[in-house]
Ligand binder design. Sequence first.
Ligand code: HEC
Length: 99
Amino acid sequence: MTKISALALLLLGATPALAADKAAAPPPYFVANCFNCHGTEGRTHSAIPAIAGRDRAYLEETLKSYKAGSKPATIMHQLAKGYTDDEIAVLADYFSRQK
Ligand code: HEC
């Protein structure tokens, strides 16, 4: 139990640091939310578009459009609302660097 709460605190504490340094690799839990649908490290082989290795600016713009509701989507417009613009930049940077 204490181990789990300590981990939770560690994760909570790590979140604000994310935006501060875009070049640093985000912690695995942060990008893992996206793996569920887009495949491990964004390499999907399904109807859901792969996001690994895509242009960073494209990913960032697309996520911001989903968030703003200006790009039609079935699910991404809901998900994108959960991220700040800085977090979106971290996500775009991470997935653009995957092979
Ligand atoms: C519940 C499944 C699901 C999850 C979780 C999910 N996505 Fe998506 N994603 C989709 C679907 C489906 C689409 C196609 C657009 C739509 O219908 O919403 C999409 C589209 C995208 C696109 C546009 C790709 C293109 O070719 O234009 C990007 C970028 C993207 N997602 C990034 C992410 C990121 C980053 C995360 C993690 C924060 C994430 N997605 C989490 C299902 C998901």
